[in-house]
Design a protein around this ligand. Structure first.
Ligand SMILES: Cc1cc2nc3c(=O)[nH]c(=O)nc-3n(C[C@H](O)[C@H](O)[C@H](O)COP(=O)(O)OP(=O)(O)OC[C@H]3O[C@@H](n4cnc5c(N)ncnc54)[C@H](O)[C@@H]3O)c2cc1C
Length: 396
């Protein structure tokens, strides 16, 4: 059989993993299978501008991607890990010697009945095009969900003069990853742009005939809406791996080398991978950030290529996670795991109402930093997190 690495998912992680397998010297075929028809593009800009002026940010394949075969518009519908095959929706079966799982996420939908028209999600270029074309007519937008994507779209819509509401069950926006201190400040800044928050509640009904015209909340408040964005989280694309006895309860569970449990010939990367990070503890978690998608993809490709040539996989993978979010004029950068440091959250530098560095501590140790502005301090605080962890697992 031909030596072949098959990568499922032709986006950021799939591209970087394919390059990494090649860079590590794998001599066989590398085939990337992608459900989308496009070559990989960056998703972060999709939620940050709603004026349609920004060109699509295509991801530039590096020189190692030159010898990679791309099969786009080809969803994988099943797999047999024992036989080392994947099945495509065309019915074709492709065999492999190594498999990379890079199939990412899709938006979760609200379980509320019709009308379907006027309800949007945001993950792909097509989602963004649909939302943008609706925007010419939209006077009132209701965003369901106060996470990063919901808040970014709300900020961009309000900046465009659209009356914008955000509805969510949390008490402050972006509460789970950033905590109440920073969440309250984000709320204050978005309100200054004109965003109206309805927190601690959920939508119970969408009203309208041909399309949504209003959203009814649990307390019977009714908000007029020309469009609704459902930004209520994501579901990992793992169905194609079912039937192989894997733990797919939240993405695909991996070990500290990004190898899918008991399968050294299968690695996972990007948003779909759930792996432990020894910088924090032994709990496997998924991380939905651009930088982590790149880091995991590079490492997963190396680990797989090493296994295929009979070598070991080196040290455990323990990266410092980092991400950014732009909400109109708010420039937020974070590193480490702020979500794990809710015990003790305090301003380390600056002022919350202006530019600030906020530290998140667990058992007395700095585990995360969020910068509001202060972009020049990025390198310093990143090093602080590295120094503070020193590679030691924190208590759990
Ligand atoms: C609107 C938006 C804004 C964001 N902003 C930020 C930000 O500001 N900062 C930040 O750090 N991160 C941000 N992110 C997150 C970042 O974009 C993701 O972490 C990154 O895209 C993950 O890449 P991935 O390749 O793992 O997954 P994805 O980009 O989801 O790619 C997975 C690919 O696999 C394909 N696929 C799925 N199932 C199959 C199948 N069965 N067969 C074949 N192909 C399949 C999908 O079609 C898709 O192309 C944002 C994400 C979104 C959606």
């Amino acid at each position: 059989m031909t030596d072949r690495v098959v990568v499922v998912g032709a986006s950021l992680a799939g591209l970087r993993a394919a390059e990494s397998v090649r860079r590590a010297g794998f001599p066989g075929e590398v085939v990337v299978l992608g459900a989308e028809r496009h070559m990989p593009y960056n998703r972060p800009p999709l939620s940050k501008t709603l004026d349609g002026a920004d060109p699509v940010e295509w991801l530039k394949p590096g020189r190692h991607a030159a010898e990679v075969e791309w099969r786009l518009g080809q969803a994988v519908t099943g797999s047999d890990l024992s036989a080392r095959t994947v099945r495509l929706e065309s019915g074709d079966v492709l065999s492999w010697t190594g498999l990379v799982v890079a199939s990412g996420l899709r938006p979760r939908r609200l379980d509320l009945p019709e009308p379907a028209a006027g309800r949007y999600v945001l993950r792909s270029l097509e989602d963004r095009d649909r939302l943008l074309s609706a925007f010419d007519e939209v006077r009132s937008l209701v965003v369901i969900g106060a996470g990063f994507i919901g808040c970014e779209v709300a900020a961009a819509a309000a900046a465009r003069g659209v009356k914008t509401h955000v509805v969510a069950p949390e008490t402050v926006p972006i509460e789970r990853p950033l905590g109440p201190l920073v969440g309250t400040e984000i709320r204050r800044r978005l309100e200054a742009l004109g965003v109206l928050f309805h927190l601690g509640t959920v939508p119970v009904e969408f009203r309208g005939e041909a399309r949504v015209r209003s959203v009814v909340l649990a307390d019977w408040t009714e908000i007029a809406a020309d469009a609704v964005l459902e930004a209520v989280g994501s579901r990992p694309n793992v169905e194609w791996l079912s039937g192989n006895g894997l733990d797919l309860s939240d993405g695909v569970r991996c070990d500290e080398h990004l190898r899918v449990e008991h399968r050294p010939d299968v690695v996972a990367c990007g948003d779909v991978a759930r792996f432990p990070n020894a910088l924090f503890d032994e709990v496997p978690r998924r991380v939905e950030h651009w930088v982590t998608a790149v880091d995991t993809a590079k490492r997963a490709g190396q680990v797989l290529a090493a296994h295929l040539r009979g070598a070991g996989c080196g040290d455990a993978f323990a990266p410092v996670p980092s991400f950014w979010s732009h909400q109109a004029s708010i420039r937020l950068q974070a590193f480490g795991a702020p979500g794990l440091g809710g015990d003790d959250v305090r301003v380390l530098e600056g002022e919350l109402g202006g530019e600030a560095a906020v530290g998140y501590h667990r058992e007395g140790r700095l585990v995360g930093v969020v910068l509001l502005g202060l972009t020049a301090r990025y390198g310093y605080y990143r090093k602080e997190i590295e120094r503070s962890s020193g590679g030691r697992p924190a208590g759990r």
